[in-house]
Design a binder for this molecule. Structure first.
Ligand code: GLU
Length: 404
């Protein structure tokens, strides 16, 4: 399997084969502007010191300040953060917001950190990267295993609320940011639905990952009467072809810290779950989950990428040949960074928008983004991933030429 950054480069190449762009533009977008690495040292509660690798990659800022989350995960490495930063440049362009692309990470298992250790880690991260971030320079946000409490600490340590987004409401966060990734994904799906090969409601839905994006997507689809037939978390998966009781599953997960063992559902492996027949498969966990190896066994009709990079380019070709539509990450999960931009804008103008206003603006942005991608897909007779990259490339090219 290629590494994640090679996978990004091949996604870019495949779009460029449809709509070529100048060599200088391509060369810039193939390489991040800056790679910043630090080794953080934090005091453990037992008095020991722990050293942790920490990253911030600033990929591109033609359209605005670098923008993207900070991930805490044992698998975080330079290749992963570089890839996620590059995807942010294309995502913010597809979403049509005036932000660039960046990403941060710490190689750590957050389950091993006490609350105090985690707070010290966030303060250490802020101080290590203090000279490189800022409201008009680079604006981090939550990503896998980070959330509003982490962002609140970073904002306080840095000394300005607009340095990060995804804060709690009482610390300058926006209404609707916590549900934005999933809600935006749903709006994108609704905007594209008539073009997808799907029957009538209710739809059967399989969700990989029961973190913020996956669990919120389950709530939205369940509330609309669709059947969530399987979900997974890092411990494994559960399945019930009659549909899972999502509110009860939330209570179960809080009590047992895992979805496995949920009454009335059968346990299965994460990989078996991905291969269940369903209308909508939602990868909402980590990269490279659907590859050339398991793609031939995927039986979903549509895949909506709430995670970043869950489907490799080798899998894309196999899925396309099987008439399975993939709604790509840079479109499907762009609701999160879109409401992050709304939060930043409110902070910069000292405004507070209502839930209704945020939701309406999010829906408008997602409709516009989905329509732009669908139009290019039809115009060039290509898939939604290549089309989304082409939309982003066109917008990046416009911004680049204005800067000259
Ligand atoms: N981590 C999210 C993403 O991958 C959100 C980034 C942001 O809000 O800046 O899109």
């Amino acid at each position: 399997m290629p590494n994640a950054y090679q996978n990004f480069l091949s996604q870019l190449d495949r779009a460029l084969a449809v709509v070529p762009k100048p060599v200088s533009l391509v060369a810039t977008l193939q390489t991040p502007n800056r790679i910043i690495e630090h080794t953080l040292s934090i005091h453990k509660d037992n008095g020991a010191e722990q050293s942790l690798s920490a990253y911030r990659i600033q990929h591109n800022n033609w359209r605005g300040p670098y923008k993207g989350g900070i991930r805490f995960h044992p698998q975080v490495d330079l290749d992963e953060v570089k890839t996620l930063a590059a995807l942010m440049t294309f995502k913010t362009a597809v979403a049509g917001i005036p932000m660039g692309g960046g990403k941060g990470g710490v190689t750590v298992d957050p389950k091993t950190l006490s609350a105090g250790e985690r707070e010290r880690l966030n303060r250490a991260w802020t101080n290590a990267f203090r000279a490189d971030i800022g409201p008009t320079v680079d604006v981090p946000a939550p990503d896998v295993n980070t959330g509003s409490a982490d962002m609140d600490v970073i904002a306080a340590e840095f000394g300005h609320p607009a340095v990060v987004t995804g804060k709690s409401i009482t610390h300058g966060g926006s209404v609707g940011r916590d549900t934005a990734t999933a809600q935006g994904g749903w709006y994108v799906f609704e905007a594209l639905r008539s073009h997808l090969n799907l029957g009538p409601d209710p739809l059967t839905v399989v969700i990989q990952g029961f973190g913020n994006a996956g669990a919120t997507f389950a709530n939205i689809a369940h509330a609309l009467g669709h059947k969530i037939i399987a979900v997974s978390d890092s411990s494994g998966a559960i399945h019930n072809s009659a549909g899972l009781d999502i509110p009860a599953l939330h209570l179960y997960k809080t009590a047992h810290r895992s979805v496995q063992g949920f009454p009335g559902a059968e346990n299965l492996t994460n990989s078996a779950m991905l291969e269940l027949p369903c209308d909508l498969l939602i990868p909402a966990a980590l990269e490279s989950q659907i590859t050339g190896e398991n793609a031939p066994r995927i039986k979903a009709k549509v895949i909506l990428e709430l995670a970043n990079g869950p489907v490799t380019t080798a899998a894309d070709d196999i899925l396309f040949a099987q008439n399975i539509s993939v709604i790509p990450d840079i479109l499907a999960n762009s609701g999160g960074v879109t409401v992050s931009y709304f939060e930043w804008d409110q902070n910069m103008k000292s405004e507070h928008w209502s839930a209704l206003e945020v939701d309406q603006k999010l829906r408008d942005h997602m409709n516009a983004a989905a329509t732009a991608v669908q139009t290019i897909a039809v115009q060039h007779g290509t898939d939604l991933r290549r089309a989304a990259f082409i939309v982003a490339l066109n917008r990046l090219q416009e911004t680049e030429s204005k800067q000259k």
